[in-house]
Structure formats: structure tokens, C-alpha cells
Design a protein. Structure first.
Length: 562
């Protein structure tokens, strides 16, 4: 526990836990859980919850469960279960032997429902969904009690048993809690606990044809597992009285539910339902499309797990809703990759350069630094030859005043190589530049001039003799507006998709050191950004995703602010 001096540095959830420990609640235990629904892939918002729940357990020498709230068989799949397990592990967390499912407790939940029926606290209702909504009332007017609310215990038990046995069609009957149709909190107006649903479950098959509602199951799952602090996002705050009511009526272990503000990022949609719409509509290539905000997509794009954890630590935990600038997430990724990524030279839009006074059949090897941030990474040899490739954007035939790269008659430095001067421009009949002819200064090997002359431009390059051909995929925001869900009435969030969010470039030229790169390897292409080898790579062709450019808008913004 923290002393008085460090208490001021705690977030509000830590403060609650500290107070509980000081009061010897739960026998001094801290036991959390991460409870995803297996109805889609996890996104960066879930990463915040994962880091919070597992982080609190680690900080307080406690435990954290991974539990799947699989109470809706029509939307849940084993594929999602496996992807979630992979994501949690990849982020660096371990649930050890505490992997659970709501479906593990279906019989126990059913038995607890019988207890409420026997105690006159639950009843079987024949109203359909539309009628229930109509009778629910409004925020300013009470609801109407169901005409079936006062069935006697014996009839309710019989009907609930027959629901369980599959005698009734979908939607024909529900089990509802008997609370208060005039309650100010709409969630307390006789909420549904069970619905009839003849659907196969990904774990229990056809064993059940009634399934518990989330509000009924969630608190009891926490109770069964001995959870001490049930940490949820703010949308569950109004559900907390119902969470408490169920547990109090049953007299079982009662965890403390605490709500925090979920993560929202600009230029991003964080709804699994809407992300599924993008996947199923073919707007992206899948849940792990590198433009998506899912954890699997970020992993594929080259985001390190450590950078995501750092981002979650920086944004902290709050009670107030807010939108985080995606530039902060990207800053954390750049900062991590700058320290860990090996440097290579890669030309993604190649322009051929012939150094006319360089020997025809000679290949020299230049010493190149693998990572200036990490001297222990050492150096590598980079081949240099008469024919090279540079970036097409590094040459202009008629450059503006502040263009410091290659132009006719201008001298520039080739990184780790020599000074070269452009002497001729070769074009096709349409006037397109096909090739540059240059000369080099043999005295400037390694990029330095013995006579002290200075050049303003330094270019990266790749030797023609040993270049590796690759495909490069360049990514931008998936949406072209800050708030993609802000659409006019009748509009569609998909109207805000960025048509230029993906650019695929073939024929890119990379230095030979990348030849044995494997999917998931992260590299910095000097001057061009951070890249990651994509799983689509084959022996015939490497495919690289650009993780991020080198420019860091967040750092620039922070510098301006002070």
C-alpha cells in the first residue's frame, strides 16, 4: 500500500483499492479479470483494459483472470476466442491457469435463477420484445407492470423449466427480475434475465436453448470467481445498481464494480459492430488489416507490444470521457522503434543512377551503422556499384530554392558512399525521367570530403547488383475525418473512409541485408520510415508494411507547447 506522499500519484481506481486494502476488505486480496465477449477481434481500447486489469493484479501481487463472456451464441465464434488469447499473450500478460468462460457457469446461473423465482424475485413473462419496450416507460414516466408479473411461484418454476427443455419458440417467453417498474434507473425496471434462443453455442453445442443476459450473468461470474474489483467502462455505470441488486438478493460474494472512461481515438472507429461491418463489407482485407485499430492489425503493421503498453500507461485512467490524439500512440511506437529497429536502405520509388566514372565490374563494400541509438548493434557491409537506385522524389530537374537534393549540376552525398554530381538526365519521348548519369569523387569514400567542402543533401540508395525486389504497402488513416461517426442524419460512417488509406508499390529496391527477413521483423528504412515484414511475404517476394513515417507530429506539437 502507498504512503500519504505517494497516494496523490495514484489514479482513482488504485486509490479505491488502497482504501479497501487499508480496511482489510476481501482478506487483503486483489483479484481482477479481463472479460471480453468473443464476438470480434480486440482493438486498442481493449488493450487499455487488458493493461489496467493485469497491471493492477501485478502491482498488488494479486491475480487476474481471462474470462470470456460467451452468452450470445449467434455472434460468438471460437476464432475470436483464439485471437483474443493470442492478443493478451502478445501484449505480455499471463492468466496462468485462470482461463474461464461464462458458459462454464450456465448451470450455476440457472440454479441461481431458480432461487430468485422461489423467492418471488423473478417471473416468466410472455410479452414480446416490442411490448416490453412499450411498457418500459420513459425517463420521466414510470413503466407498466407486465400482466404476467404476479404469476405464482409454482407456475413460474414450471414455465422456466419448460423454457429450459425447449418447448417454446424463440422470443416467446423471457425470465425477468421483479424489481420496480417505476425506478428512476431504467435498468431496474424488471430487466430480462433469460431469453429463449434455439442456437448452437461454440462450446456447449445444443445443450441449452435459453441463454442468460449479460447483466444477469456478469456479476455472478465475478462472484463465482472471487473477483474483488470488477473494473468496467463508463457505459456500465448505470448498470451497477442492477449488478448489486442481483448479488444482494442471492447473498453471494459481492465484488466492487468500478467504472472508468473507455479509450477513444481520433480518426478511428472503436465499435466491434462497426469494425465487423468493415470486414464483412470488404472495405478492409480482414480484422488484421494494418489500417484497423485491432491489436492483431497493429501487430501486423509493426507496432511493438511494449509501445502499446507505454501508450496505455501514458493516457492513464480517468472518470471523464475524452478523445486521445492518435499521434500520441504513434509517438510511443516511433520512440520504441527508434531504439530497437535495425537500419537498412530501401528505395520505394526507384530512379536509376549510372555513375559513369565508376569502374564497370567493381563492387565495393561500405560500412553502415545498424542502429545509431544502440552501439551494440554493430555495423554491416553495404555493396556499392556503378549502377544504383535513388528515390525518384530525391531528384528535380528544375528545383526550387530550398530543394537540397539531387539536380542537374548539383553535388550530393550518398549515405555511407561517395559524393556524386548529376551530369545528364535521360528521358523518354514523353519527357519522363528514366535515368540519371552522374560522376563521383573517389576521394569522398564514406561520405566525407578531404578538402572540407560541404554538401547540403544526403541521399539513401541501393546498389543495382544486389538489390532485393519487394512490395511495399503505405498506410494512412482509415478515415479522413477526425470523428468518423459524426455523420449527418441518414448518413453512414463509411462515407468517411479515406480512399487513399492504402498505396501498394511494387518493384521497390532494398539492400541485400534484408534477404532473410521474416514476417514480423521490424526495420527502419533510412529517411523513409519504419517498416515491418508482412505475413504475405513469400520466398519469391518480400512484402513490407510501412508502420509509420519518421516525422513525429506529437513530438513537434509538444515542443511548440513548451
Amino acid at each position: 500500500m502507498a504512503d500519504e506522499q505517494t497516494k496523490t500519484k495514484l489514479n482513482f481506481i488504485q486509490q479505491i483499492i488502497e482504501d479497501d486494502l487499508a480496511n482489510c476488505l476481501n482478506d487483503g486480496r486483489v483479484h481482477t479479470r479481463f472479460p471480453p465477449e468473443p464476438n470480434g477481434y480486440l482493438h486498442i481500447g481493449h488493450a487499455k483494459s487488458i493493461c489496467l486489469n493485469f497491471g493492477l493484479a501485478t502491482h498488488y501481487n494479486g491475480k487476474c483472470n481471462l474470462r470470456f463472456d460467451d452468452t450470445n451464441p449467434t455472434k460468438e465464434e471460437s476464432e475470436y476466442v483464439e485471437s483474443i488469447k493470442e492478443d493478451v499473450t502478445w501484449l505480455g500478460f499471463d492468466w496462468e491457469d485462470r482461463l474461464y468462460f461464462a458458459s462454464d457457469y450456465f448451470q450455476c446461473l440457472y440454479d441461481h435463477a431458480l432461487t430468485l423465482i422461489k423467492n418471488g424475485k423473478a417471473f416468466v413473462c410472455d410479452l414480446n420484445l416490442e411490448d416490453m419496450r412499450h411498457n418500459r416507460g420513459t425517463l420521466t414516466s414510470p413503466g407498466l407492470e407486465s400482466p404476467y408479473r404476479n404469476r405464482d411461484v409454482a407456475e413460474n418454476l414450471d414455465l422456466f423449466d419448460r423454457m429450459r427443455k425447449g418447448e417454446f419458440p424463440d422470443g416467446s417467453r423471457t425470465l425477468r427480475a421483479k424489481i420496480d417498474m417505476a425506478a428512476a434507473n431504467m435498468n431496474m425496471r424488471d430487466p430480462v434475465m433469460y431469453r429463449v434462443l434455439h442456437a448452437a453455442h461454440h462450446r456447449t453445442g445444443d445443450d441449452w436453448c435459453i441463454y442468460p443476459m449479460y447483466d444477469w450473468a456478469h456479476g455472478l461470474e465475478d462472484s463465482i470467481e472471487g473477483i474483488t474489483h470488477s473494473i468496467c467502462t463508463l457505459e456500465f455505470e448505470d448498470h451497477r445498481p442492477l449488478y448489486d441488486w442481483f448479488l444482494d438478493q442471492l447473498g453471494v460474494h459481492h465484488p466492487k464494480q468500478i467504472e472508468f472512461a473507455r479509450l477513444e481515438l481520433n480518426y478511428t472507429v472503436m465499435s466491434k459492430r462497426k469494425l465487423l461491418e468493415l470486414v464483412e463489407g470488404g472495405y478492409v482485407s480482414g480484422w488484421d488489416d494494418p489500417r484497423m485499430p485491432t491489436i492483431s492489425a497493429m501487430r501486423r503493421r509493426g507496432y511493438p507490444a511494449s509501445a502499446i503498453r507505454e501508450f496505455c500507461a501514458r493516457i492513464g485512467v480517468a472518470k471523464v470521457k475524452g478523445v486521445v490524439d492518435i499521434a500520441l500512440l504513434q509517438h510511443c511506437v516511433r520512440d520504441d522503434l527508434n531504439k530497437s529497429s535495425l537500419r537498412v536502405m530501401g528505395v520505394i520509388d526507384p530512379l536509376k543512377v549510372v555513375i559513369e566514372n565508376f569502374p564497370q565490374d567493381v563492387v565495393e563494400e561500405m560500412d553502415a551503422v545498424n542502429n545509431p541509438e544502440d552501439p551494440s548493434a554493430g555495423t554491416r557491409k553495404v555493396p556499392f556499384s556503378r549502377v544504383l537506385y535513388i528515390e525518384r522524389g530525391d531528384f528535380m530537374e528544375d528545383p526550387p530554392r530550398k530543394f537540397f537534393r539531387l539536380a542537374p549540376g548539383r553535388e550530393v552525398r550518398l549515405r555511407y558512399g561517395y559524393f556524386i554530381t548529376c551530369t545528364e538526365v535521360i528521358k523518354n519521348d514523353a519527357g519522363d525521367v528514366l535515368e540519371l548519369r552522374c560522376t563521383y569523387d573517389p576521394a569522398t569514400r564514406g561520405g566525407d570530403s578531404p578538402d572540407g567542402r560541404k554538401v547540403k543533401g544526403t541521399l539513401h540508395w541501393v546498389s543495382h547488383t544486389s538489390a532485393i525486389d519487394a512490395q511495399v504497402r503505405l498506410y494512412d488513416h482509415l478515415f479522413n475525418v477526425v470523428s468518423p461517426l459524426d455523420v449527418p442524419e441518414g448518413g453512414d460512417f463509411k462515407d468517411n473512409l479515406n480512399p487513399d488509406s492504402l498505396q501498394v508499390l511494387s518493384g521497390c529496391k532494398l539492400e541485400p541485408s534484408v534477404k532473410n527477413a521474416k514476417p514480423g521483423d521490424r526495420l527502419q528504412f533510412e529517411r523513409m520510415g519504419y517498416f515491418c515484414v508482412d505475413p504475405d511475404s513469400t520466398e519469391a517476394q518480400l512484402v513490407f508494411n510501412r508502420t509509420l513515417t519518421l516525422k513525429d507530429p506529437w513530438a513537434k506539437k509538444q515542443k511548440k507547447q513548451g
